[in-house]
Design a binder for this molecule. Structure first.
Ligand code: HEC
Length: 103
């Protein structure tokens, strides 16, 4: 039990940690115009970029469901998540970036 508690507090990424994701300049621009204002803003209520535990919980519903949340909106996130020009692949890469380890 004690060991479990210690492990839960460890900042070391486990072997299951997701790889880093590097966005190209265009996607980085879209990220900074849209997602960053909530997903890198503590207190916004949005799961924060690089928050592995929170993303693991949300990802358990499947990639298609995550994509659908972004397109249709969820809670305080409006439909298309402030990125009306994003296509499906853009969203998939941006979601992968949100889930990847913090920069
Ligand atoms: C206006 C604030 C805001 C913006 C902008 C925003 N999000 Fe979100 N996002 C949220 C909030 C709040 C949640 C949590 C919704 C909930 O579970 O109630 C969320 C949840 C998510 C989820 C998880 C959905 C789920 O089913 O659990 C994904 C994936 C996501 N956002 C991706 C993105 C991407 C990609 C962008 C940029 C294109 C983006 N968001 C822009 C606020 C925002």
């Amino acid at each position: 039990m004690w060991l479990l508690t210690l492990n839960a507090c460890s900042p070391q990424p486990g072997p299951d940690a997701l790889p880093r994701v590097v966005l190209d300049a265009r996607l980085q621009g879209l990220y900074e115009r849209a997602c960053v204002h909530c997903h890198a803003a503590k207190g916004s209520g949005a799961p924060q970029q690089g928050d592995a535990a929170e993303w693991a919980r949300r990802a358990s519903q499947g990639d298609a469901a995550l994509l659908a949340s972004v397109r249709q909106g969820k809670g305080a996130m409006p439909p298309m998540a402030w990125c009306a020009e994003c296509n499906q692949e853009d969203f998939q890469q941006l979601i992968a970036y949100l889930r990847a380890p913090k920069e």
